[in-house]
Design a protein around this ligand. Structure first.
Ligand code: SIN
Length: 310
């Protein structure tokens, strides 16, 4: 059956947006991923006249996101985007790893239609629940003429998948876009675009078809850093290491020595910064390459994808 033109596919994966607590004043002692996709849609009366198709792709707390769910989700998003009547896709997701899912989907699919992640910092039972408005905004963006790429619509702000990051553990307005700044605002059901939609060449789903994601770990440089952890990872067979350095990606000398050893042993090592914003500027003297503007978690995904392709 053909979808009505302008239909949005809503794919649910769980998260606080689908979470419930025993009390309306409990914003932290709740269980994530309890309500199904239809309940989320039904909680937004303004969606009543909007053509939607819904799908429950997963039901998890996003701290437990894994490669199998990513593969299923990417395949379902690609399937929905290929339907002529589908104007865009909305993914309901937990906030905790939203930036990772957004990044991997943009790199794999770089879609020519909008794919919008929606989430919430308060469960569906809270007095001040943010999920319904965020879902409505995400559907609005998914129907915006000319919109494209993977984005997140949260607290009235649209972030590109290439920049979005969770930067507050509790506030309702918890997300930012770093130096790049937000992509758009959604105000009273209207999208006010501030810069270009996310773009790029898609890597394609073949990249992950084998389902074997290489082992890439994150390590951090800090006062008193020791080399032992990196040596243990190399001995255990790690394929890649992303280090979150201080400032412009500088590293404690003991950790740096172990990372240079790891690189010499065939492990790919990339430097990022543990600063909340800003790139690692490369210099000709670098022994370990910079991951540029990628955050540590983005760099880890990028490195896994790169290793899978080679
Ligand atoms: C989750 O990430 O699934 C739980 C936390 C949240 O959505 O805010």
């Amino acid at each position: 059956m053909q979808d009505t033109p302008g239909t949005v596919a809503v794919l649910a994966t769980g998260g606080t947006i689908a979470g419930t607590a025993a009390s309306a004043t409990d914003n932290i002692g709740y269980s994530a991923a309890q309500l199904g996709v239809q309940a989320l849609v039904d909680a937004v009366p303004a969606l009543a006249g909007v053509p939607l198709v819904t799908e429950q792709v997963a039901q998890l707390d996003s701290k437990d996101m894994d490669f199998a769910v990513w593969a299923t989700l990417a395949a379902r998003v690609a399937h929905q985007l290929a339907q002529p009547g589908i104007t865009g896709v909305v993914i309901t997701h937990g906030t905790d790893t939203l930036e990772e899912t957004a990044y991997v989907l943009q790199r794999l699919l770089a879609p020519a239609k909008p794919v919008v992640l929606a989430a919430a910092m308060r469960p569906a039972t809270a007095l001040l629940r943010d999920g319904p408005q965020n879902l409505l905004d995400a559907v609005t963006l998914a129907r915006e003429p000319g919109a494209r790429g993977v984005m997140a619509a949260l607290a009235g702000t649209v972030h590109s998948a290439l920049d979005v990051r969770k930067q507050h553990s509790y506030r309702v307005d918890a997300f930012g876009s770093g130096d790049a700044g937000p992509l758009a605002r959604i105000e009273e059901g209207r999208v006010r675009r501030l810069r270009e939609w996310p773009a790029g060449e898609p890597l394609g789903l073949d990249c992950i078809a084998k389902g074997e994601w290489p082992w890439v770990e994150l390590v951090t440089s800090h006062a008193g850093a020791r080399p032992d952890g990196v040596r243990a990872l190399v001995a255990a067979g790690v394929k890649g290491l992303v280090v979150a350095g201080t400032g412009n990606g500088s590293l404690h000398h003991a950790l740096e020595a172990a990372l240079i050893e790891a690189q010499a042993a065939g492990v790919t090592v990339w430097r990022t910064t543990r600063c909340l914003d800003g790139p690692v500027q490369a210099t000709p003297a670098d022994q370990l390459p910079s991951a540029g503007t990628l955050t540590p978690v983005q760099a880890r995904i990028e490195l896994m994808l790169q290793l899978m392709r080679t």
